[in-house]
Design a protein around this ligand. Structure first.
Ligand code: MOS
Length: 736
C-alpha cells in the first residue's frame, strides 16, 4: 500500500504545555467546590483514642470534619499486588489504627483551602502509642524470607548450578555489601483528586497512571457499580510509579463529595507525600562474585534485604535483574523482606534495577581492578546470548554494541586506569566510570479504537496514559504514518475511562503495548474499508475512502496482548487489574539495556563531586520518536545523578516519619549539577517482543547511572563508596 508521507510531529502536546493550557487533574474547579485537607498522625504507630472536632467545626468556613467514625460504610482498599487497586491495603480514616507517622487521621472540608488547613491544626487528638520500627536495622523490624512470605504472586529465590561451591573455588573474588536509603519520586504534579457526583454518577479528575484501577477501586470501596464511575486523567505531571494505583485521598474525596452533595478537591501537599505515599524501599545488598584469572565469572551469590511495610509484602524483584547482567555459570539469590512501620513502598522508576545495578556493577568494577583488567573488557567477556535463569535465548541483547559505541563516543581510550592519576587543569581529580543497566522488555493487553470521518479527521483512543514520556506523540505518529494522514488531522485521547479501558501504564510497557495496539487498529481500519468495497490500493485520501463506504464515519477497535498471552487476559485489564507479561516469554527472554559512561571531577580538599559529562548508549529496540526518546534518556540520567549523589530520605528512628520531607531538604539535582548528557540509541527493532519492535525505554535509562558514577569516583579518588546517597564525608574519611 503506498500512502502519503507526512513529517513526524516532534511533540503533539508541546504547544499546550509550554503555554500552560494543559489541564491537569486538580486544575479542574467545578462550581460549588469544597476543599479538603488532612490532619495527620503525630505518633509513630498506635491508635486514635479520640478526636475532638468542635474547635475545627466552629471555624467560619469549615463545612465538615470526617474521621474514622464517619466512614463505616466504606470497604478497605485492596493492595495492587494483592490483586486489587490501591498502593496498600491500609486505608487511613477507615479505622482507628495508626500504622505510621504522618498517616491521615482526619479530613477537614472547608469553603477555602486556607480554612481547611487552619482547621486541621485545631483538632484535639489523643492517641495510644505503640512501639514501632521505621528503619530496617531496628530490632522491631521483622525480616522474612521472601520465598516464604504469603504473597499473592509469590517470588522464589533463584538458584542455577552450585553457586556457593563455584564461588568458593573461584580464583579472584569480590564480597561487598551495598546500602541505599529510601527515596521518593516527587513528581511535579502532586497527588490529588477532584471528585464530583451527578446523581449516582461519579466523575474523578486525577493525575494517575492507572485510570482503570482507580475506577474499579473507588467503586469497590464505595460499594457502587463501576459503570457509574468515570476517571479522567488525560495528562499526568510525572508519575514515576507513585501514581500507579489508588492513593489514600481518592476514595475519601469521593465519599466526602457524596456526603456533602458538593464537588470535593483534595491535593496532598508535598510534605504529606513523604509520609503517606509510596517510596523506593531502603535496601542492603551483598554481592559475591568469583572469576577465573582470565576474567570469566564462575559464580555469583546475591543477597538482598528490601524494606516493606507491616501492612503488605511489597515484592522485591532485585534478583530477577541481578541474574540477567551476565552469563554466570552459577548464580544464587536470597531475598528477605524487612517489615517496618512505614506506608507500603512501591514502584519508583527502575524500582529494583536502579539499586541492583548499583550493587552488581560496582562489584564488577571492584573485580576488574582485582583482575587488573579493563572494566569494559571484563563485561564483554561475560556477555551472554542466553538467559541464565530460564536457559532461553535473549530476543535481542546489544550490550556489547552499547559498550563499544559508548566507549568510542566517550573517548574511553584516553582513560588511565590507575586511580588518582588524571587531573583537570584546576587540579580536580578526574574519574571515568562505566556500568551497564537493564530492564524487563514487558508488554500487556491494550485496546485501541480509531474513528475516521469523511472530512479526513481521525480520532484515536488508546488504553495508555501520557505522563510526560511522549506516548501521545508516539501513537499519533504511528497513525499518521500508517494511514498516510497529517498528524494535525489526528486527535488522540488516552487516560479517560469513558472510552476504551485504561490499564496501568508502568513498567516501561506503555509504548510497547499502546503502539502495537494502535498499529493493529490502523490495520483493522484498512481491512474494514476493504471489506466495505473500497479499493485501498488506490492511494485515495483517507476521508475520501470513508466517504466511498457511504457512511459518515468508520469506527474500528483492535487489541494487542504480549507474546504468550491469551486474548482473555484483556478481561483483567478491562476490570482494572494488572496483567503485564515479560521478561520471560514462551521461547525467549526480553530486556532493554543501557551502558553509561561518566566523567566526574572531584575537588581534592572538599570531596565536592561534579559530573560534567555523561555518554549513554541504549538498546530499547526500535526508537519510536527520537525527540521524546532523547528527552526520556536525559531525564533518566539526571535522575541517576540525583539518585546517587543527592537523594535520601532521612528517617528518625525514634519518632518515625521522614525528617527531610520536602524538596528543599530532600536534595534533588539542580541545573548547576548537570553537565553534558549525550544519549545514543542502537535502534534495532526487536520483532519477537512485539509487532512494533519496541522494548521500552522509560526506566532502563536510569539503570546503571549510579554505579557508573561510583566507579568514576573510585577512579578519581581511590575510594570505593558502597552506601547511597554518596555524601561528601565518604570522601573525607582517612583511608586505610
Ligand atoms: Mo513505573 S516505576 O513501573 O510506574
Amino acid at each position: 500500500m503506498s500512502r502519503n508521507f507526512y513529517p513526524e510531529l516532534v511533540r503533539v502536546d508541546a504547544l499546550d504545555k509550554v503555554r500552560g493550557a494543559t489541564k491537569f487533574g486538580t486544575d479542574n474547579r467545578p462550581d460549588n467546590l469544597v476543599h479538603g485537607a488532612f490532619a495527620v498522625a503525630t505518633i509513630g504507630k498506635g491508635r486514635v483514642i479520640s478526636i475532638d472536632t468542635a474547635a475545627a467545626e466552629a471555624l467560619p468556613g469549615v463545612v465538615s470534619v470526617i474521621t474514622h467514625r464517619n466512614t463505616t460504610s466504606l470497604k478497605p482498599a485492596q493492595f495492587l499486588m494483592g490483586g486489587g487497586f490501591a498502593f496498600q491495603t491500609h486505608s487511613p480514616l477507615l479505622t482507628d489504627h495508626v500504622a505510621y507517622r504522618g498517616q491521615p487521621i482526619a479530613l477537614v472540608l472547608a469553603e477555602t483551602l486556607e480554612v481547611a488547613i487552619d482547621a486541621t491544626a485545631v483538632l484535639q487528638v489523643s492517641y495510644e502509642e505503640q512501639p514501632f520500627a521505621a528503619t530496617i536495622d531496628n530490632p522491631l523490624a521483622e525480616p522474612i524470607a521472601q520465598a516464604e512470605a504469603p504473597m499473592r504472586y509469590p517470588l522464589e529465590d533463584i538458584s542455577v548450578g552450585d553457586a556457593p561451591a563455584a564461588y568458593e573455588g573461584g580464583a579472584v573474588k569480590v564480597d561487598s555489601t551495598f546500602t541505599m536509603e529510601r527515596q521518593f519520586q516527587n513528581p511535579m504534579e502532586l497527588i490529588g483528586t477532584v471528585a464530583a457526583w451527578e446523581g449516582d454518577r461519579l466523575t474523578i479528575h486525577e493525575g494517575t497512571q492507572n485510570a482503570g484501577g482507580c475506577k474499579f477501586g473507588v467503586a469497590d470501596q464505595l460499594g457502587i457499580n463501576p459503570d457509574n464511575v468515570t476517571v479522567i486523567s488525560p495528562f499526568i505531571g510525572g508519575g514515576f510509579g507513585q501514581k500507579n494505583s489508588m492513593q489514600s485521598q481518592l476514595v475519601l474525596a469521593a465519599f466526602a463529595s457524596r456526603e456533602l452533595g458538593r464537588p470535593v478537591k483534595i491535593v496532598v501537599p508535598r510534605r504529606q507525600l513523604f509520609h503517606d505515599a509510596t517510596s523506593r524501599p531502603a535496601t542492603r545488598q551483598r554481592v559475591r562474585l568469583a572469576a577465573n584469572r582470565d576474567g570469566r565469572l564462575v559464580g555469583a551469590l546475591y543477597d538482598v534485604d528490601a524494606q516493606t511495610s507491616k501492612l503488605d509484602f511489597f515484592p522485591a524483584e532485585h534478583a530477577d535483574t541481578a541474574a540477567r547482567f551476565y552469563g554466570y555459570p552459577a548464580f544464587k539469590s536470597f531475598t528477605r523482606l524487612i517489615r517496618t512501620d512505614i506506608p507500603t513502598p512501591g514502584y519508583m522508576r527502575a524500582p529494583f534495577e536502579h539499586a541492583t545495578a548499583f550493587a552488581i556493577e560496582s562489584a564488577m568494577d571492584e573485580l576488574a581492578y582485582k583482575l587488573d583488567m579493563d572494566p569494559i573488557e571484563l563485561r564483554l567477556r561475560n556477555d551472554t546470548a542466553v538467559d541464565v535463569v530460564s536457559g532461553l535465548p535473549h530476543s535481542s541483547r546489544h550490550v556489547a554494541e552499547c559498550l563499544r559505541r559508548g566507549a568510542e563516543t566517550f573517548g574511553w581510550s584516553r582513560r588511565d586506569p590507575t586511580p588518582r592519576s588524571m587531573f583537570a587543569p584546576n587540579g580536580d581529580l578526574i574519574g571515568m566510570g562505566v556500568a551497564i543497566g537493564l530492564y524487563s522488555g514487558s508488554g500487556g493487553p491494550t485496546r485501541a479504537r480509531i474513528t475516521a470521518r469523511r472530512d479526513g479527521a481521525v480520532s484515536l483512543n488508546v488504553g495508555v496514559h501520557e505522563m510526560g514520556q511522549g506516548v501521545l506523540t508516539a501513537i499519533t505518529n504511528v497513525v499518521s504514518k500508517r494511514l498516510g494522514i497529517p498528524a494535525s488531522a489526528i486527535t488522540a485521547t488516552v487516560g479517560v475511562t469513558s472510552g476504551v479501558p485504561q490499564p496501568l501504564t508502568a513498567g516501561s510497557w506503555g509504548s510497547a503495548s499502546a503502539v502495537p495496539a494502535t498499529e493493529a487498529a490502523c490495520d483493522a481500519l484498512m481491512k474494514a474499508l476493504a471489506e466495505a468495497g473500497v479499493d485501498i490500493s488506490a492511494s485515495l485520501p483517507l476521508g475520501e475512502m470513508v466517504a466511498r463506504t457511504g457512511a459518515g464515519q468508520m469506527q474500528v477497535e483492535a487489541s494487542s496482548v504480549a507474546p504468550g498471552q491469551e486474548l482473555q487476559v484483556l478481561g483483567r485489564t478491562d476490570t482494572g487489574r494488572v496483567a503485564p507479561a515479560g521478561p520471560v516469554y514462551p521461547g525467549f527472554v526480553a530486556f532493554s539495556y543501557a551502558a553509561h559512561f561518566v566523567e566526574v571531577h572531584v575537588e581534592g580538599s572538599t570531596g565536592r563531586i561534579r559530573v560534567p559529562r555523561v555518554v549513554s548508549m541504549f538498546d530499547c529496540g526500535r526508537v519510536l520518536s527520537p525527540r521524546t526518546a532523547r528527552s526520556q534518556a536525559i531525564g533518566g540520567v539526571v535522575w541517576g545523578i540525583g539518585g546517587t549523589l543527592r537523594e535520601g530520605a532521612e528517617t528518625d528512628a525514634r519518632y518515625g516519619g521522614v525528617m527531610n520531607g520536602d524538596i528543599a531538604e530532600y536534595l534533588i539535582p539542580v541545573n548547576a549539577d548537570i553537565g553534558s548528557i549525550e544519549p545514543g540509541f542502537i535502534d534495532e527493532p526487536d520483532f519477537q517482543v512485539n509487532r512494533s519492535g519496541v522494548k521500552g525505554l522509560g526506566e532502563v535509562v536510569m539503570a546503571g547511572v549510579a554505579p557508573a558514577i561510583i566507579n568514576a569516583v573510585y577512579h578519581a579518588t581511590g575510594i570505593r563508596v558502597r552506601d547511597l546517597p554518596l555524601r561528601l564525608e565518604a570522601l573525607l574519611k582517612p583511608q586505610a
